[in-house]
Design a protein around this ligand. Structure first.
Ligand code: OXD
Ligand code: MN
Length: 596
């Protein structure tokens, strides 16, 4: 039975049924009974494996095909009417051509299968910043994950109302999971997403990257708000006041770790606390008081498992102890629990590696294999997180004091610096780049531009997106958050990291907050404001951060920065006339300051 009378939803679902021809249609109301029945069914078919229910209550395991383990950027398309509107950083195809190509693939694809109709809200139900989506899918894995990652079920329809047409239409079929015919396609002008031939999270949980970033960034430009690839955290000071910070980093820069940071002992003793509002996506809008407010549109964490351990991210690990779905990690067959690289030093002897073969874990690893796929994941409810913010469900969102950009840079970029103003901060965001790690395929240490960490996620022309940032800055005026850049990844000549990172990043957040409050001064340099050395709290790490190391962390090497300017000039060329004049001016001014 359909859960809404909204004629726009009903008409679209009818069209999808006519196209894909499922043998059954099931509307997902979000009830416990329905979810339990779906879990049971998925376990009986082998789609999901039930893990040890004493040690990992409510937890399930899922294995994808080895050809289907990550987002597929080369098969991801932005289909705008005009090619120029998608811009040079997106794959483009005209909507009519793409539909002509994909419609035959969807035709009858759900024959013999059930179509699940999933209503969901991105953002707290009832929030003025939230938006509704409907995903139809032939995968129970998708339903169960969407239940963790979004506010799923009938209540989402209540939010939509009986007449609104403002919902994002998501059509997903795993089809034959054929990599040659895998497509992740966005029609931003029609609020529509089509995904086919994948069953892996990032390609099929359409509320996440597809809606909450690609479609939402386009909506945000037209509706004067911002959809960003940013974590949101709150730092509570000893006096009880909480300051909120959002931060954008390219993949593999420790975003989830920063979002769930545990402050160093000294800070904890003094009464500081860090709260997580979100680990991946922020939707931000100007509030009635003129400030910028952020919500996390998601309801869970879709985190990378390998590397997560009690030291690197205790809170993420704790979040994944119940009601969590594990994808492509290894199984410890002795007690039917999970394992992944760097969880601990004891890989299970009686293991099943991520592709499903029983192996002797330590031997298998010694032969150069990985037990868990490097992009294996946990889908964990946000409410499990020990440091989840009390404001997590606040429909008004949280007021943002600071926005941070960052990347992985061995040299050039200092530990932290502040932009001169919003426009300069927008320029800094446009210039974000990060060095590749061994976690991704391809060469290691190659510099990749990833403006605002949005290169794979901006649903329209990147230069217009920068223009939108500049407009938002004008609107926010002196209420705009301050913008900073950080780099946790500087190395010495031997390639060793010189900043301890993890919890010690709190020391940098502390300086950032003090700058927002205007309680510390700074050194003005060619690239922005840098901390005065005495203003960084290094209590407890003085042995490691000697004066020489601190010099290195805060160095601005003019020759390296001149190279950066040359590289940026080249990078901006692809945006042609659409590059905002202000961004070009910021680059020119940086060059002038460096030459002084
Ligand atoms: C992610 C990513 O999966 O940014 O969140 O790649
Ligand atoms: Mn992400």
């Amino acid at each position: 039975m359909s859960l809404t009378k909204n004629p726009n939803v009903l008409k679209w679902v009818d069209e999808m049924v006519a196209l894909t021809k499922p043998s059954k249609v099931e509307w997902i109301d979000g009830s416990k009974e329905q979810l339990e029945a779906l879990k049971k069914e998925a376990i009986s078919t082998g789609e999901m494996i039930e893990l040890n229910q004493e040690k990992l209550p409510g937890c399930l395991y899922h294995r994808t095909l080895p050809n289907d383990v990550a987002r597929v950027e080369d098969r991801t398309f932005i289909c705008t009417t005009n090619k120029e509107d998608a811009g040079p950083t997106n794959n483009w195809c005209s909507p009519s051509e793409m539909k002509a190509k994909l419609t035959p693939m969807y035709d009858g694809v759900m024959q013999g299968r059930t179509m699940y109709v999933i209503p969901y809200s991105m953002g707290p139900i009832g929030s003025p910043l939230a938006k509704v989506g409907v995903e139809v899918t032939d995968s129970i894995y998708v339903v169960l994950n969407m239940n963790i990652m979004t506010r799923m079920g009938e209540s989402a329809f209540k939010n939509l109302g009986e007449t609104s047409d403002d919902f994002v239409r998501g059509l997903h079929s795993k089809a034959n999971v054929d990599p040659e015919n895998r497509y992740i396609v966005h029609f931003p002008e029609e609020n529509t997403i089509w995904s086919i031939n994948s069953a892996y999270g990032g390609n099929v949980l359409l509320g996440k990257k597809c809606f909450a970033l690609r479609i939402a960034s386009f909506q945000g430009k037209n509706e004067s708000w911002m959809a960003e690839h940013m974590l949101i955290l709150g730092v509570q000071k000893p006096n009880g006041e909480v300051k909120y910070i959002t931060a954008a980093f390219p993949s593999a820069c420790g975003k989830t770790n920063l979002a769930m940071l545990i402050p160093p002992e000294g800070y904890v003793k003094d009464g500081y606390k860090v709260f997580t509002v979100g680990d991946d996506i922020a939707w931000m809008k100007q509030g009635p008081d003129g400030r910028l407010y952020a919500i996390n549109p998601e309801n869970g964490f879709f985190g990378v498992a390998p590397g997560t351990n009690a030291k690197s991210n205790y809170n993420a690990l704790a979040s994944a102890r119940k009601n969590t779905i594990f994808t492509n990690v290894a199984i410890n067959n002795d007690d039917n629990t999970v394992w992944w690289e760097k969880l601990d030093k004891n890989p299970p002897v009686n293991a099943t590696e991520w592709k499903g073969t029983k192996v002797n874990g330590p031997e298998y690893i010694a032969e150069g294999n990985k037990l868990a796929h490097p992009n294996s994941r946990f889908t964990a409810p946000a409410e499990n997180c020990p440091c989840i913010s009390p404001e997590f469900n606040n429909p008004q969102g949280v007021p943002v004091s600071a926005i941070i950009f960052g990347g992985r840079r061995a040299k050039t970029t200092p530990l932290v610096y502040q932009s001169f103003d919003w426009a300069h901060g927008t320029f800094i965001g446009s210039a974000v780049s990060s060095e590749t790690t061994a976690a991704a395929t391809g060469a290691v240490g190659v510099l990749r531009h990833d403006p605002m960490a949005m290169k794979p996620f901006c649903g329209y022309h990147m230069a217009d997106y920068w223009g939108h940032w500049l407009e938002m800055g004008e609107k926010l005026g002196d209420k705009a958050p301050k913008i900073f850049n950080v780099n946790w990844f500087k190395t010495d000549d031997e390639g060793n990291f010189i900043w301890p990172g993890y919890g010690d990043n709190m020391r940098v957040l502390d300086w950032i907050i003090k700058r927002c409050e205007g309680t510390v001064d700074a050194d003005e340099t060619a690239i922005g404001y840098l901390p005065k050395k005495s203003d960084l709290n290094l209590k407890g790490i003085e042995d490691e951060i000697t004066p020489e190391v601190l010099d290195e962390l805060l160095a601005v090497d003019k020759d390296l920065w001149k190279n950066e300017v040359t590289d940026l000039r080249e990078f901006y060329k692809q945006f042609g006339d659409r590059l905002p004049a202000k961004i070009k001016e910021e680059l020119d001014s940086l060059e002038t300051r460096l030459n002084k």
